[in-house]
Design a protein around this ligand. Structure first.
Ligand SMILES: Cc1cc2nc3c(=O)[nH]c(=O)nc-3n(C[C@H](O)[C@H](O)[C@H](O)COP(=O)(O)OP(=O)(O)OC[C@H]3O[C@@H](n4cnc5c(N)ncnc54)[C@H](O)[C@@H]3O)c2cc1C
Length: 510
C-alpha cells in the first residue's frame, strides 16, 4: 500500500467506485458518509419486514459496471446476479390503452403496430436508427470523455457525427424533435419521458437526450437481492482492498493549505489528513460553501437550475385489477402541465405521471400475496424552501393512489404498509439540493457542458456523482467515480511539478 491517503466524502455510487479503484491501485482510502450503510440515493427501506428498493430501480448500461469490475480484477457476473428483463416497461394511458416495450426491438415494433398503426411502427424503426446513431456519436466523445467542451465534441465526433447531430435540427428540444418523428401523441409522451431520467423536462431538454431511449433499448436488468445488492458488493470489494468506512459521519469541511487540499474535518471534530479528497456530494454543496470557504472555488460560482425531485412511496401490499409488470408507467392526459407545475409553478403536479416498480415481478411468476412496490411521482426540488404540511402530503398520496385506481390498479395498503419520502426528506439527506435527485436540470444545449468535471479547480480535490460530468443515473455516476479516480491517479503519476493556475486555469479561494 502506498503512503498516499485519499478521503472519499460520500458512499454513493460514484464515491464507492472511486474508493474501490483507488484502493485497488494500492492507496489508503477512507470513505465518510452520514448514513449507516453505503449507497446514498440507492437505498432499501424496510416496510413491514420487506426490504424495498426505494431509490433507483432501472439498471441499464451494464457495460459500465462490467468495465469497472474488470478494472479491479473481478467479473460483474460472479459478484452480482443480473437478469435481463424481457419487458423494458409497461405504459398505460387514461383511455385504457397499454403498450409494452420489449428487450427485443422486433417485438416492440409489432406492439406499436398493434397499439397505434403500421405507419407508426415504421416511424419507430426510423427512430431506433436515429437514436442508435445519436448514442454512438456521443458515447465516446461525450459520455466517456473526461472533460468534453462544445469545441472538443465538434472535433471528436467528426463530419459524420456532425451530420447526425445536425440532422436533429437547429437546437430543438426533445419534445420538438419527437413531434417530428411520431404522429401518435402517446408515443411522443412515452419517449419524451426519458428526459426525466436526467431530472429534466422534455420541453426544455435538448433533443440529444433521446439517447436515453437507446440506453434502455440496449437492455434493462434486475439485480438479485435488489439494486442495493450492487452497492453492498462494491463496499465488500472495497473492504477487501483495505478501504475504511466511517459511517454516521458528516464531513464538515475540506481543509486546505497553500491552495491545495490537506484533508477534511468531520462533524465530530475529528480531522482526517489526506493528500487528496474525492467529493461525492452534490456540487452545489461546494458552491454554497457547506464544505468551507476554501472548497467553494472548486466549482464555478454560477448556480444552475435544479433537476426534478420526487415523492415516493415504498409499499408492501397486495394489488389487484391491473396486470403489473416490473416497470409500469401511468400517464395522464396533459403532460405539459406536469412540467409547468413543477418547473414553472414550483408545486406538486396536479396530474402526475405515476411510476410503479413492482419488484417481485418481471422474471418469475407474479406474487400471489403482498408485493413490494416503489411508487414515484415527479416533484419540484423545493425541500429547503417550502415546508409542506401533513395535509399536503396526504392529499398528494390520496390523489396518486386514486389515479392508479382509475387505471384499475388497487393497492391494498394501510398506513402501516407504506413509507412516504418527500422532497424535504431528500433535501435533508443531500445537502444544498432542495431534494433535486439528478444534479442540475439538463435544460438547453449548453447544460450538458455546464457540469463540473472530475478534476476540480482546487488542487487535490476531485469530484464524482450525479451532479458531475457525465451526469445523473447510476451508470453515469459510476463513470464519474471512475473518471475522478483516473484523474487523481494521473495527477499523482505526473512527473511535472504542480502549477495550479497553469493546469486548471481556475480561481482559487484561499
Ligand atoms: C427515487 C430515485 C429513483 C431513481 N431512479 C433511478 C433509476 O431507476 N436508474 C438510475 O440509473 N438512476 C436512478 N436514480 C438516480 C441515481 O440514484 C443517482 O443518479 C445515483 O445513485 C447518484 O449517485 P451519486 O454517486 O451521485 O451519489 P449519491 O447517491 O448522491 O450519494 C452521495 C452521498 O454523499 C453523501 N454526502 C453528501 N455530503 C456529504 C458530506 N458533507 N459528508 C459526508 N457525506 C456526504 C450523502 O450522504 C450520500 O450518501 C434515482 C434516484 C432516486 C432518488
Amino acid at each position: 500500500m502506498s503512503d498516499e491517503h485519499v478521503v472519499v466524502v460520500g458512499a454513493g455510487m460514484a464515491g464507492l467506485v472511486s474508493a474501490l479503484q483507488l484502493a485497488h491501485r494500492g492507496m489508503k482510502v477512507t470513505v465518510v458518509d452520514p448514513a449507516d450503510q453505503p449507497g446514498g440515493k440507492i437505498r432499501q427501506l424496510m416496510v413491514q419486514g420487506a426490504a424495498i428498493d426505494s431509490g433507483p430501480t432501472v439498471f441499464t448500461m451494464r457495460w459500465v459496471f462490467e468495465q469497472i469490475y474488470a478494472a479491479v480484477g473481478e467479473r460483474l457476473g460472479d459478484q452480482v446476479q443480473l437478469e435481463q428483463l424481457p419487458i423494458i416497461g409497461r405504459h398505460a394511458w387514461t383511455d385504457g390503452s397499454t403498450l409494452d416495450l420489449f428487450a427485443d426491438p422486433e417485438q416492440s415494433r409489432e406492439a406499436i403496430r398493434a397499439f397505434s398503426s403500421p405507419q407508426e411502427a415504421d416511424r419507430f424503426d426510423k427512430f431506433c436508427q436515429l437514436i442508435r446513431k445519436v448514442y454512438d456519436t456521443l458515447e465516446g466523445p461525450y459520455i466517456r470523455a473526461a472533460s468534453p467542451t462544445p469545441l472538443s465534441l465538434t472535433k471528436d465526433i467528426g463530419w459524420q457525427g456532425l451530420g447526425v447531430l445536425g440532422g436533429l435540427g437547429a437546437m430543438p428540444t426533445l419534445w420538438q424533435s419527437l413531434r417530428h418523428q411520431f404522429s401518435d401523441p402517446r408515443l411522443i409522451q412515452l419517449f419524451g419521458r426519458y428526459a426525466t431520467y436526467c431530472g429534466s423536462s422534455p420541453w426544455a431538454a435538448p433533443a440529444t437526450l433521446m439517447l436515453i431511449a437507446q440506453v434502455e433499448l440496449d437492455g434493462v436488468w434486475s439485480v438479485r437481492g435488489g439494486i442495493h445488492a450492487l452497492v453492498k458488493n462494491l463496499e465488500k470489494l472495497a473492504l477487501q482492498r483495505g478501504v475504511t468506512f466511517k459511517y454516521k459521519n458528516w464531513c464538515q469541511r475540506i481543509n486546505t493549505s497553500q491552495g491545495r487540499v490537506i484533508g477534511v474535518t468531520l462533524q465530530s471534530g475529528e480531522v482526517l489528513n489526506a493528500d487528496k479528497v474525492v467529493f461525492n456530494g452534490d456540487a452545489q454543496a461546494l458552491r454554497d460553501g457547506l464544505l468551507g470557504p476554501q472548497a467553494q472555488g472548486a466549482v464555478s460560482a454560477k448556480s444552475p437550475p435544479r433537476s426534478l425531485s420526487a415523492m415516493t412511496w415504498s409499499v408492501h401490499a397486495r394489488t389487484s385489477g391491473f396486470a403489473l409488470d416490473r416497470h409500469n408507467i401511468f400517464f395522464q392526459n396533459n403532460y405539459a402541465r406536469e412540467f409547468e407545475d413543477i418547473f414553472g409553478q414550483q408545486r406538486l403536479p396536479q396530474q402526475p405521471t405515476v411510476y410503479v416498480c413492482a419488484q417481485d415481478r418481471g422474471t418469475d411468476t407474479p406474487p400471489t400475496d403482498k408485493e413490494r412496490l416503489l411508487c414515484l411521482i415527479n416533484a419540484p426540488a423545493v425541500g429547503d424552501s417550502q415546508a409542506w404540511t401533513q395535509e399536503t402530503i396526504q392529499a398528494c398520496q390520496t390523489q396518486t393512489f386514486s389515479m392508479l385506481q382509475s387505471f384499475g390498479l388497487s393497492v391494498h395498503a394501510g398506513s402501516q404498509d407504506l413509507i412516504c419520502t418527500t422532497p424535504q426528506d431528500f433535501a435533508q439527506r443531500f445537502p444544498a439540493t432542495g431534494g433535486a435527485l439528478y444534479g442540475q436540470a439538463t435544460h438547453g444545449w449548453m447544460a450538458a457542458f455546464a457540469r463540473p468535471y472530475g478534476r476540480s479547480q482546487l488542487p487535490g480535490l476531485y469530484l464524482a456523482g450525479g451532479s458531475i460530468h457525465p451526469g445523473p443515473g447510476m451508470p453515469m455516476a459510476a463513470l464519474s467515480g471512475r473518471m475522478a479516480a483516473e484523474a487523481l491517479v494521473a495527477d499523482r503519476n505526473s512527473t511535472k511539478r504542480f502549477h495550479p493556475a497553469a493546469t486548471f486555469g481556475g480561481t482559487l479561494t484561499q
